[in-house]
Design a protein around this ligand. Structure first.
Ligand code: COA
Length: 162
């Protein structure tokens, strides 16, 4: 299967919103996606087939040097073919050099997603009781430390002229 990773563009939003509806019990609407995309620090990647079909997408938000992964979703017909692997690797690539870590929450029963994130180096860092509704469920908090020194740490490590 051939696809390319590209930055989310407004033209993708209707397809991404449709994907949200298929994948999540509380899907983001087109308006929410647009607002998130236009807010500062948005990191969004889309996997697009040769005919323009959106196969999957991943989104995160950078706040200072912290990265919060919001969603990773792949259309059911295109799963188990490495699309999420490519999206998560792409997000990590975007974060390297600018973020200290990426963090996310995932439903405790969502084994495909837990395995996916573990495969990319995320480690369980906590549990949020009854975090999700429909159905009510705990979230596992997962974090991936990125090899990054904050600008403040870099300045502290630099010899200052006397
Ligand atoms: C989780 C999801 C994004 C995976 O997408 P995908 O494109 O099928 O995943 P990939 O084919 O790239 O698989 C990558 C890795 O994820 C894990 N994985 C994916 N599907 C899995 C499954 N059904 N069972 C176990 N592990 C699975 C594996 O570690 C896999 O690596 P491997 O093939 O070397 O074993 C997809 O199932 C999905 O969209 N689910 C619904 C939305 C969702 O739950 N998103 C996560 C919210 S936090």
């Amino acid at each position: 299967m051939r696809y390319r990773l590209t930055a989310l563009d407004t033209e993708h939003i209707p397809q991404v919103a449709a994907l949200e509806r298929v994948c999540f019990s509380h899907p983001w609407s087109e308006g929410q996606l647009r607002a998130e995309m236009e807010g500062g620090g948005a990191l969004f990647l889309v996997a697009q087939g040769e005919d323009g079909t959106v196969l999957g997408y991943a989104g995160a938000r950078a706040v200072l040097d912290e990265g919060y992964v919001n969603n990773v979703a792949v259309a059911p017909a295109f799963r188990r073919q490495g699309v999420a692997d490519a999206l998560v690797a792409g997000l990590i690539g975007l974060g390297r050099g600018r973020l200290a870590f990426l963090t996310l929450e995932v439903r405790a029963s969502n084994l495909p997603a837990l395995r996916l994130y573990e495969k990319h180096g995320f480690r369980a860092a906590g549990r949020r009781k009854d975090y999700y509704d429909d159905p009510k469920e705990d979230a596992i908090l997962m974090t991936l430390e990125l090899d990054y020194e904050s600008k403040a740490a870099q300045r502290e490590g630099t010899d200052q002229p006397v």
